[in-house]
Ligand binder design. Structure first.
Ligand code: AMP
Length: 337
Protein backbone atom coordinates (compact mmCIF):
# COMPACT_ATOMS: atom_id res chain seq x y z
CA UNK A 1 0.00 0.00 0.00
CA UNK A 2 2.92 2.28 0.71
CA UNK A 3 3.49 2.71 -3.03
CA UNK A 4 0.24 4.67 -3.28
CA UNK A 5 1.08 7.13 -0.57
CA UNK A 6 2.99 10.30 -1.00
CA UNK A 7 3.91 13.24 1.15
CA UNK A 8 3.00 16.77 0.20
CA UNK A 9 6.06 19.02 0.73
CA UNK A 10 3.75 22.00 1.38
CA UNK A 11 2.42 20.36 4.53
CA UNK A 12 4.07 21.14 7.82
CA UNK A 13 3.35 17.79 9.49
CA UNK A 14 5.15 14.58 8.67
CA UNK A 15 1.88 12.87 7.69
CA UNK A 16 1.63 11.36 4.27
CA UNK A 17 -1.41 12.11 2.17
CA UNK A 18 -3.49 9.37 0.62
CA UNK A 19 -4.26 9.78 -3.07
CA UNK A 20 -7.86 10.56 -4.05
CA UNK A 21 -9.81 7.59 -5.52
CA UNK A 22 -9.33 9.13 -9.01
CA UNK A 23 -5.58 9.57 -8.42
CA UNK A 24 -5.35 6.03 -7.06
CA UNK A 25 -7.08 4.53 -10.13
CA UNK A 26 -4.88 6.59 -12.46
CA UNK A 27 -1.77 5.43 -10.57
CA UNK A 28 -2.85 1.77 -10.81
CA UNK A 29 -3.56 2.11 -14.55
CA UNK A 30 -0.17 3.74 -15.13
CA UNK A 31 1.41 0.90 -13.16
CA UNK A 32 -0.34 -1.75 -15.27
CA UNK A 33 0.77 0.00 -18.47
CA UNK A 34 4.34 0.16 -17.17
CA UNK A 35 4.33 -3.52 -16.25
CA UNK A 36 3.05 -4.41 -19.72
CA UNK A 37 5.77 -2.22 -21.24
CA UNK A 38 8.45 -3.76 -19.01
CA UNK A 39 7.18 -7.27 -19.89
CA UNK A 40 7.56 -6.42 -23.57
CA UNK A 41 11.08 -5.16 -22.90
CA UNK A 42 11.90 -8.19 -20.77
CA UNK A 43 12.35 -6.16 -17.57
CA UNK A 44 11.53 -8.05 -14.35
CA UNK A 45 8.36 -7.31 -12.35
CA UNK A 46 10.50 -6.35 -9.38
CA UNK A 47 12.16 -3.72 -11.52
CA UNK A 48 8.84 -2.56 -13.00
CA UNK A 49 7.39 -1.88 -9.56
CA UNK A 50 10.45 0.20 -8.78
CA UNK A 51 8.88 2.87 -10.98
CA UNK A 52 6.84 3.66 -7.85
CA UNK A 53 9.51 5.76 -6.32
CA UNK A 54 9.12 7.42 -2.96
CA UNK A 55 10.12 11.05 -2.55
CA UNK A 56 10.98 11.74 1.05
CA UNK A 57 11.45 15.27 2.35
CA UNK A 58 12.09 14.40 5.97
CA UNK A 59 15.59 12.98 6.64
CA UNK A 60 14.64 11.46 9.99
CA UNK A 61 11.61 9.66 8.54
CA UNK A 62 13.88 8.31 5.82
CA UNK A 63 16.27 7.08 8.51
CA UNK A 64 13.40 5.19 10.21
CA UNK A 65 12.32 3.61 6.92
CA UNK A 66 15.89 2.54 6.21
CA UNK A 67 16.29 1.06 9.68
CA UNK A 68 13.22 -1.09 8.98
CA UNK A 69 14.70 -2.24 5.68
CA UNK A 70 18.01 -3.03 7.35
CA UNK A 71 16.27 -5.06 10.09
CA UNK A 72 14.83 -7.18 7.28
CA UNK A 73 18.36 -7.78 6.02
CA UNK A 74 18.09 -5.46 2.99
CA UNK A 75 21.22 -3.77 1.68
CA UNK A 76 21.26 -0.04 0.98
CA UNK A 77 22.94 1.73 -1.94
CA UNK A 78 23.41 5.48 -1.98
CA UNK A 79 24.13 8.17 -4.58
CA UNK A 80 24.35 11.69 -3.12
CA UNK A 81 23.80 14.59 -5.55
CA UNK A 82 22.93 18.26 -5.69
CA UNK A 83 20.29 17.76 -8.40
CA UNK A 84 20.13 19.18 -11.94
CA UNK A 85 20.80 15.57 -12.83
CA UNK A 86 22.46 14.39 -16.04
CA UNK A 87 23.90 11.17 -17.44
CA UNK A 88 26.94 11.48 -15.13
CA UNK A 89 24.67 11.18 -12.10
CA UNK A 90 22.56 8.37 -13.57
CA UNK A 91 25.72 6.40 -14.41
CA UNK A 92 26.37 6.28 -10.64
CA UNK A 93 22.82 5.00 -10.05
CA UNK A 94 23.41 2.31 -12.68
CA UNK A 95 26.58 1.24 -10.84
CA UNK A 96 24.83 1.15 -7.46
CA UNK A 97 21.55 -0.50 -8.62
CA UNK A 98 22.74 -4.11 -8.95
CA UNK A 99 24.78 -3.85 -5.73
CA UNK A 100 21.90 -3.22 -3.32
CA UNK A 101 18.26 -3.99 -2.51
CA UNK A 102 17.19 -0.41 -1.84
CA UNK A 103 18.71 2.47 -3.80
CA UNK A 104 18.58 5.94 -2.29
CA UNK A 105 19.48 9.14 -4.14
CA UNK A 106 19.73 12.38 -2.21
CA UNK A 107 19.17 15.72 -3.90
CA UNK A 108 20.38 18.51 -1.69
CA UNK A 109 22.32 21.67 -2.48
CA UNK A 110 24.46 21.86 0.62
CA UNK A 111 25.04 25.47 1.70
CA UNK A 112 28.03 24.47 3.84
CA UNK A 113 30.18 23.72 0.80
CA UNK A 114 29.56 27.06 -0.93
CA UNK A 115 31.54 30.21 -0.11
CA UNK A 116 29.46 33.44 0.08
CA UNK A 117 30.84 34.46 -3.35
CA UNK A 118 29.81 31.18 -5.03
CA UNK A 119 26.67 30.15 -6.94
CA UNK A 120 24.50 28.65 -4.16
CA UNK A 121 21.46 30.87 -4.89
CA UNK A 122 21.61 30.32 -8.66
CA UNK A 123 22.53 26.62 -8.66
CA UNK A 124 20.46 24.90 -11.42
CA UNK A 125 17.19 23.40 -10.17
CA UNK A 126 15.25 20.83 -12.28
CA UNK A 127 13.15 18.80 -9.79
CA UNK A 128 10.67 17.21 -12.23
CA UNK A 129 13.39 16.01 -14.58
CA UNK A 130 15.49 14.83 -11.62
CA UNK A 131 12.64 12.66 -10.32
CA UNK A 132 12.02 11.26 -13.78
CA UNK A 133 15.71 10.34 -14.19
CA UNK A 134 15.85 8.74 -10.74
CA UNK A 135 12.76 6.68 -11.54
CA UNK A 136 14.19 5.59 -14.89
CA UNK A 137 17.40 4.44 -13.22
CA UNK A 138 15.79 2.32 -10.53
CA UNK A 139 16.01 4.63 -7.51
CA UNK A 140 13.65 3.48 -4.75
CA UNK A 141 13.69 6.57 -2.58
CA UNK A 142 14.73 10.14 -3.37
CA UNK A 143 15.69 12.18 -0.33
CA UNK A 144 14.96 15.83 -1.14
CA UNK A 145 15.04 17.72 2.16
CA UNK A 146 14.60 21.47 2.49
CA UNK A 147 17.38 21.28 5.06
CA UNK A 148 19.52 18.47 6.40
CA UNK A 149 20.70 20.18 9.54
CA UNK A 150 19.13 20.58 12.96
CA UNK A 151 18.91 24.28 13.94
CA UNK A 152 21.50 23.61 16.67
CA UNK A 153 23.84 21.68 14.37
CA UNK A 154 27.35 22.34 15.63
CA UNK A 155 29.65 19.66 14.22
CA UNK A 156 32.18 19.84 11.41
CA UNK A 157 33.91 16.84 9.89
CA UNK A 158 37.25 17.74 8.32
CA UNK A 159 39.86 15.79 6.43
CA UNK A 160 43.27 17.47 6.51
CA UNK A 161 46.17 17.46 4.06
CA UNK A 162 44.23 15.93 1.14
CA UNK A 163 42.07 19.07 1.17
CA UNK A 164 44.93 21.58 1.15
CA UNK A 165 45.81 21.58 -2.56
CA UNK A 166 43.90 21.55 -5.87
CA UNK A 167 40.31 22.79 -5.29
CA UNK A 168 41.00 23.16 -1.56
CA UNK A 169 43.54 25.93 -2.22
CA UNK A 170 41.00 28.30 -3.82
CA UNK A 171 37.95 26.97 -1.93
CA UNK A 172 39.28 26.69 1.64
CA UNK A 173 36.00 25.80 3.37
CA UNK A 174 34.58 23.65 0.58
CA UNK A 175 35.72 20.18 1.60
CA UNK A 176 34.81 20.62 5.25
CA UNK A 177 31.30 21.39 3.96
CA UNK A 178 31.37 18.28 1.77
CA UNK A 179 32.61 15.91 4.47
CA UNK A 180 30.20 17.35 7.03
CA UNK A 181 27.19 16.81 4.77
CA UNK A 182 28.34 13.40 3.53
CA UNK A 183 29.00 12.21 7.11
CA UNK A 184 25.50 13.34 8.11
CA UNK A 185 23.97 11.72 5.02
CA UNK A 186 25.83 8.50 5.79
CA UNK A 187 24.40 8.60 9.33
CA UNK A 188 20.88 9.06 7.98
CA UNK A 189 21.03 6.63 5.05
CA UNK A 190 23.41 4.05 6.57
CA UNK A 191 24.44 2.77 3.16
CA UNK A 192 26.33 -0.46 2.59
CA UNK A 193 27.65 0.99 -0.63
CA UNK A 194 27.93 4.61 -1.83
CA UNK A 195 28.92 5.70 -5.33
CA UNK A 196 30.71 8.97 -6.13
CA UNK A 197 31.98 10.25 -9.48
CA UNK A 198 35.63 10.46 -10.44
CA UNK A 199 34.63 13.78 -12.01
CA UNK A 200 35.19 15.23 -8.50
CA UNK A 201 38.41 13.30 -8.08
CA UNK A 202 39.65 15.14 -5.00
CA UNK A 203 36.23 14.81 -3.36
CA UNK A 204 36.29 11.05 -3.96
CA UNK A 205 39.76 10.76 -2.38
CA UNK A 206 38.65 12.86 0.60
CA UNK A 207 35.49 10.78 1.16
CA UNK A 208 37.45 7.54 0.93
CA UNK A 209 39.83 8.92 3.61
CA UNK A 210 36.99 10.09 5.87
CA UNK A 211 35.15 6.77 5.60
CA UNK A 212 38.29 4.85 6.47
CA UNK A 213 39.43 7.22 9.24
CA UNK A 214 36.01 7.16 10.94
CA UNK A 215 35.67 3.37 10.45
CA UNK A 216 32.39 3.76 8.61
CA UNK A 217 31.34 0.32 7.30
CA UNK A 218 30.58 1.62 3.82
CA UNK A 219 32.06 0.52 0.52
CA UNK A 220 32.97 3.61 -1.51
CA UNK A 221 32.92 3.12 -5.27
CA UNK A 222 34.24 5.61 -7.83
CA UNK A 223 32.34 5.93 -11.12
CA UNK A 224 34.15 6.94 -14.34
CA UNK A 225 33.61 10.42 -15.77
CA UNK A 226 30.76 10.65 -18.28
CA UNK A 227 31.43 13.05 -21.18
CA UNK A 228 29.36 14.36 -24.05
CA UNK A 229 30.24 13.39 -27.62
CA UNK A 230 32.69 16.31 -27.87
CA UNK A 231 34.61 15.20 -24.77
CA UNK A 232 33.27 17.80 -22.34
CA UNK A 233 32.77 16.28 -18.88
CA UNK A 234 29.07 16.49 -18.00
CA UNK A 235 28.38 18.92 -15.19
CA UNK A 236 25.27 20.63 -13.83
CA UNK A 237 27.23 23.87 -14.21
CA UNK A 238 27.58 23.36 -18.00
CA UNK A 239 24.07 24.88 -18.08
CA UNK A 240 25.74 28.27 -17.50
CA UNK A 241 27.94 27.97 -20.63
CA UNK A 242 27.14 30.02 -23.74
CA UNK A 243 27.67 28.14 -27.04
CA UNK A 244 31.02 29.96 -27.54
CA UNK A 245 32.16 29.19 -24.00
CA UNK A 246 31.15 25.57 -24.49
CA UNK A 247 33.58 25.36 -27.41
CA UNK A 248 36.30 27.00 -25.29
CA UNK A 249 35.55 24.61 -22.41
CA UNK A 250 36.58 21.72 -24.65
CA UNK A 251 40.17 22.93 -24.24
CA UNK A 252 40.10 21.41 -20.73
CA UNK A 253 39.59 17.81 -21.84
CA UNK A 254 41.82 18.30 -24.89
CA UNK A 255 44.67 19.56 -22.71
CA UNK A 256 44.31 16.56 -20.41
CA UNK A 257 44.31 14.23 -23.41
CA UNK A 258 47.46 15.92 -24.71
CA UNK A 259 49.15 15.31 -21.36
CA UNK A 260 48.04 11.67 -21.35
CA UNK A 261 49.19 11.12 -24.93
CA UNK A 262 52.57 12.78 -24.35
CA UNK A 263 53.22 10.67 -21.24
CA UNK A 264 52.21 7.48 -23.04
CA UNK A 265 54.29 8.28 -26.12
CA UNK A 266 57.37 8.93 -23.97
CA UNK A 267 56.83 6.00 -21.58
CA UNK A 268 56.58 8.52 -18.71
CA UNK A 269 57.59 12.10 -18.04
CA UNK A 270 60.93 13.31 -16.70
CA UNK A 271 59.80 16.88 -16.08
CA UNK A 272 56.20 17.49 -15.13
CA UNK A 273 56.94 21.23 -14.86
CA UNK A 274 57.99 21.39 -18.54
CA UNK A 275 55.02 19.31 -19.70
CA UNK A 276 52.55 21.46 -17.75
CA UNK A 277 54.09 24.67 -19.09
CA UNK A 278 53.54 23.39 -22.62
CA UNK A 279 50.04 22.11 -21.86
CA UNK A 280 48.91 25.41 -20.30
CA UNK A 281 49.27 27.13 -23.69
CA UNK A 282 46.45 24.91 -25.03
CA UNK A 283 43.89 26.15 -22.51
CA UNK A 284 41.35 28.69 -23.75
CA UNK A 285 39.93 29.80 -20.39
CA UNK A 286 39.24 33.06 -18.58
CA UNK A 287 41.21 32.19 -15.47
CA UNK A 288 43.12 29.04 -14.70
CA UNK A 289 42.82 27.85 -11.12
CA UNK A 290 45.23 24.91 -11.49
CA UNK A 291 46.61 22.37 -13.90
CA UNK A 292 48.52 19.69 -12.01
CA UNK A 293 49.71 16.11 -12.15
CA UNK A 294 49.45 14.37 -8.79
CA UNK A 295 49.76 11.03 -7.07
CA UNK A 296 46.16 9.69 -7.28
CA UNK A 297 46.09 8.55 -3.64
CA UNK A 298 48.00 11.26 -1.75
CA UNK A 299 47.11 14.01 -4.27
CA UNK A 300 50.66 15.36 -3.83
CA UNK A 301 52.11 16.99 -6.98
CA UNK A 302 54.56 14.83 -8.91
CA UNK A 303 57.88 16.03 -10.36
CA UNK A 304 57.99 13.13 -12.81
CA UNK A 305 55.62 10.41 -13.97
CA UNK A 306 56.85 6.84 -13.76
CA UNK A 307 53.74 5.05 -12.47
CA UNK A 308 50.33 6.05 -11.16
CA UNK A 309 49.40 9.67 -11.90
CA UNK A 310 46.33 11.84 -12.38
CA UNK A 311 46.16 15.13 -14.28
CA UNK A 312 43.60 17.60 -12.94
CA UNK A 313 42.43 20.99 -14.13
CA UNK A 314 40.11 23.70 -12.80
CA UNK A 315 39.34 26.92 -14.62
CA UNK A 316 36.70 29.55 -15.14
CA UNK A 317 35.22 29.56 -18.62
CA UNK A 318 32.71 32.40 -18.92
CA UNK A 319 30.46 32.17 -15.86
CA UNK A 320 31.13 28.71 -14.43
CA UNK A 321 34.21 27.27 -12.81
CA UNK A 322 34.76 23.86 -14.41
CA UNK A 323 36.83 20.90 -13.30
CA UNK A 324 38.08 17.84 -15.15
CA UNK A 325 40.70 15.13 -14.72
CA UNK A 326 42.24 12.14 -16.47
CA UNK A 327 44.25 9.08 -15.55
CA UNK A 328 47.75 9.69 -16.98
CA UNK A 329 49.41 6.67 -15.36
CA UNK A 330 51.82 4.43 -17.16
CA UNK A 331 51.54 0.72 -16.36
CA UNK A 332 55.00 -0.53 -17.16
CA UNK A 333 57.44 2.34 -16.91
CA UNK A 334 60.31 2.31 -19.35
CA UNK A 335 63.44 4.42 -18.79
CA UNK A 336 62.35 8.06 -18.91
CA UNK A 337 64.25 10.41 -21.15
P1 AMP B 1 26.96 16.94 -7.84
O1 AMP B 1 25.48 16.90 -8.07
O2 AMP B 1 27.67 17.84 -8.78
O3 AMP B 1 27.31 17.17 -6.39
O4 AMP B 1 27.49 15.49 -8.18
C1 AMP B 1 26.96 14.36 -7.54
C2 AMP B 1 27.81 13.17 -7.90
O5 AMP B 1 27.81 12.99 -9.32
C3 AMP B 1 29.28 13.35 -7.48
O6 AMP B 1 29.75 12.12 -6.96
C4 AMP B 1 29.95 13.72 -8.78
O7 AMP B 1 31.31 13.36 -8.82
C5 AMP B 1 29.14 12.88 -9.76
N1 AMP B 1 29.26 13.42 -11.13
C6 AMP B 1 29.03 14.68 -11.54
N2 AMP B 1 29.31 14.80 -12.85
C7 AMP B 1 29.73 13.59 -13.28
C8 AMP B 1 30.19 13.06 -14.53
N3 AMP B 1 30.26 13.82 -15.62
N4 AMP B 1 30.55 11.78 -14.59
C9 AMP B 1 30.49 10.98 -13.49
N5 AMP B 1 30.08 11.40 -12.27
C10 AMP B 1 29.70 12.70 -12.16
Amino acid sequence: MDAFLYRNPQRKSNDREILSPKGLISTILTGIQLIEKHNRLGVSQKCAWRTFMDIQHDPLLLQQTILQHKRQGKTIGFVPTMGALHAGHTSLMDIARPLCDILICSIYVNPLQFAPTEDLSTYPHTPELDHHMCREHGVDIVLRPSTLYHPLHNTRVEVHELTNGLCGASRPSHFAGVTTVVARLFGLVQPDVAVFGEKDFQQLAVIRRMTEDLAMPIQIIGGPIVRDESGLALSSRNAYLTPTDKQRALSLSRTLQYIQQTIQNNGGCASVADLLQQARTMLDVDSLDYLEIVNPVTLRPLDRVDGAARALVAAKVGKPRLIDNLDVSIDSPSPII
